[in-house]
Design a protein around this ligand. Sequence first.
Ligand code: WQD
Length: 324
Amino acid sequence: MSILVIGGAGYIGAHVVRLLQERGEDVVVVDDLSTGTPDRIGDSPLIELDVASEGSEEVLTRTMTEHAVTAVIHFAARKQVGESVEKPEWYYLQNVGGMAKVLTAMRQTGVTQFIFSSSAAVYGMPDAELISEDTRCEPINPYGQTKLIGEWMLANAERAWGLNWTALRYFNVAGSGWADLGDPAILNLIPMVFDRLARGDRPKVFGDDYPTPDGTCIRDYIHVLDLAKAHLAALDHITDQRDHVFNVGTGTGYSVREVIDAVGQASGLDATPDVVERRAGDPPKLVASPARITDELGWTAENGLTQIVTSAWDAWQAGPRRIG
Ligand code: WQD
């Protein structure tokens, strides 16, 4: 019996793979290696495959049968908001099409447990102090739409053939659980600040005239190791939870300025930022209510901003782009 982790060689997936390995589970990884690397998954078997590609159902079906797969954790997806606006068709093909193929293979082989990487992007621009799972879902870009459609696909599969599923709506994921598993991309605030500092430039604040205490946007930063643990909690409760969708956040928001200050503290570098224009489409404040996942799955975040930024810094320094 084994757990299939699709996208297991990527930033978040590799953390889940390592936690599963640590508790003695048999893990098999499918990954197209577009952003992930094989050195992240230890000695678990790796099948190199883009699940959205022609004929992937056959490879997935064979993998599920050969490895006696009982549960699938599905990370593999494209996740750049701006790119999704530029190339909406490709996002639908990749994220929705890929998932349809995974579900087809599961139905064929009788695998009935599925954990899905959803996103706070399903909410769009909510006007709520704390976002609960009952907050209206009105995604404002194709990326967020593909995640919401993914949740619908799972609900449909439950009705049609009895799938057991959980979707985790991630807030702003950062940090590293192990220094060799840092975020390799430079697409989010913390790695973007590191990258500016590595080049000898000042970090940028995208607008400081938002209706927040210091004028910069507030987000709920979640440590990637805490997020990975939420997947194990979801797996352990896959047949007995009341609800299917759960926010994964801390319930505490930090502003862009607070995050940049924390990077200055963690690195010992001068992280004084420049304030530039607002970036289009940024909601002023996005903070999760994590009440549901705590109640039903017994999960709560253990790490705060300091641990997130410090661990992200340690991983950055362990990698090829170290500073100093
Ligand atoms: C955080 C804040 C920026 C860089 C995005 C996606 C979301 C999810 C996570 C994934 C914002 C500000 C950033 C910089 C800055 N995606 N910023 N200077 O936009 O909250 O969420 O990533 O699966 O769907 O939308 O995250 O890290 O890009 O930005 O001031 O150099 O930092 O404007 O307010 P975001 P982010």
